[in-house]
Design a protein around this ligand. Structure first.
Ligand code: SD4
Length: 322
């Protein structure tokens, strides 16, 4: 065979496999009536966040508004030690916040290493809507927030400061499974119109190094939304999630025909191959375009809140390790 003919043959084989891929995409298994609206969010504080999101959705509102309203409840909760105003600080005593948001059109916005602002999710939304960028960090994010009229506040609450001073006595840096990691909120919603959006917000790992950013504000890691397919979000040790582009991975697996549950399990199994995977926690939560939900974690202890068909309830999650 001449070189040219073999090249053409390869091309046509490529076309066949591309063709079959697109037929998989077309046959994308959304069977039956979609469950909508629906909102799901990580951990127990998700119940209160879901209430606010559901209010928007049940009035026919947009998923994007629902996800922002939902996680703002958690950000404003001073008792929550890992999101917003109540967040535990880094090892130097600074509370630094990370958040991102993504809408049904693939637009997204993110802030990281932001200090002095209670609602990083709303700053992230404005990064999405008012700037040509996706992500602003640190000083620049703060400057933008101030320009947009956000008030700055001291974020270290008395409760968080007390915990930090206690930690300083040993300064032992060891994120504890389901203890220091148990409060990031990732919230996904499907609205009445069938559109998906997601939001994720956190103060990150307690006693992290100054400047450390986790997965939560990274589009594709802590959160990803593709309105043709589904959405996913992550909680736990951000470094491990970033290494596999966790949320994007789950959405792409769903695109290939996996259910949200199968996609979360596949992503967790990949993380389980990482070094020391018995010593940290990861939880994934996914929602597809049809309102089907999946969740899976590395270690036991992860749960999520689901509001659908008028009921807001906690759901237990199975884990890879016993
Ligand atoms: C981080 N993923 O900064 C976040 C922490 C977290 O529940 O999820 N806590 O790595």
């Amino acid at each position: 065979m001449t070189q040219r003919r073999s090249f053409l043959k390869k091309l046509s084989l490529g076309a066949i496999s591309l063709g079959s891929f697109s037929s998989i995409a077309k046959a994308f298994p959304f069977r039956g009536k979609a469950v909508k609206p629906i909102v799901v969010s990580t951990w127990h504080h998700g119940l209160a966040a879901n209430e606010a999101a559901w209010k928007v959705l049940s009035e026919g509102g947009r998923a994007l508004d629902a996800v922002e309203s939902g996680v703002r409840v958690t950000e404003a909760d001073a008792d929550n030690l890992s999101v917003g105003i109540g967040g535990l600080p880094d090892r130097e005593g600074h509370v630094t916040l990370d958040a991102c948001i993504m809408d049904e059109n693939g637009n997204c916005g993110s802030v990281a290493f932001l200090e002095g602002i209670v609602h990083p999710i709303s700053v992230a939304r404005l990064v999405m809507e008012k700037t040509p960028h996706v992500m602003l960090v640190g000083e620049g994010a703060l400057q933008f927030a101030k320009e947009q009229g956000f008030k700055t506040e001291k974020l270290l609450t008395a409760k968080a400061e007390k915990e930090w001073r206690q930690w300083l006595k040993t300064s032992e840096y060891k994120p504890v499974i389901n203890v220091e990691n148990h409060d990031t909120i990732g919230l996904l919603a499907l609205d009445e119109q069938g559109n998906l959006s997601g939001a994720c917000t956190t103060s990150g790992l307690a006693y992290k190094m100054r400047g450390r950013v986790g997965d939560s504000p990274i589009i594709g890691a802590g959160l990803y939304v593709d309105n043709e397919v589904g959405a996913a979000t992550a909680t736990g040790l951000g470094e491990a999630v970033i290494k596999v582009c966790g949320s994007h991975l789950i959405v792409e697996l769903m695109r290939q025909g996996l259910s949200p549950q199968e996609a979360c399990e596949t992503a967790i199994k990949r993380i389980a191959k990482q070094k020391n995977s018995r010593e940290f926690q990861i939880g994934f939560l996914a929602l597809n375009k049809n309102g089907e939900v999946g969740a899976y974690s590395l270690q036991p202890g992860f749960d999520f809140a689901q509001y659908a068909e008028g009921t807001n309830q906690m759901k237990d999650v199975r884990s890879f390790y016993a």
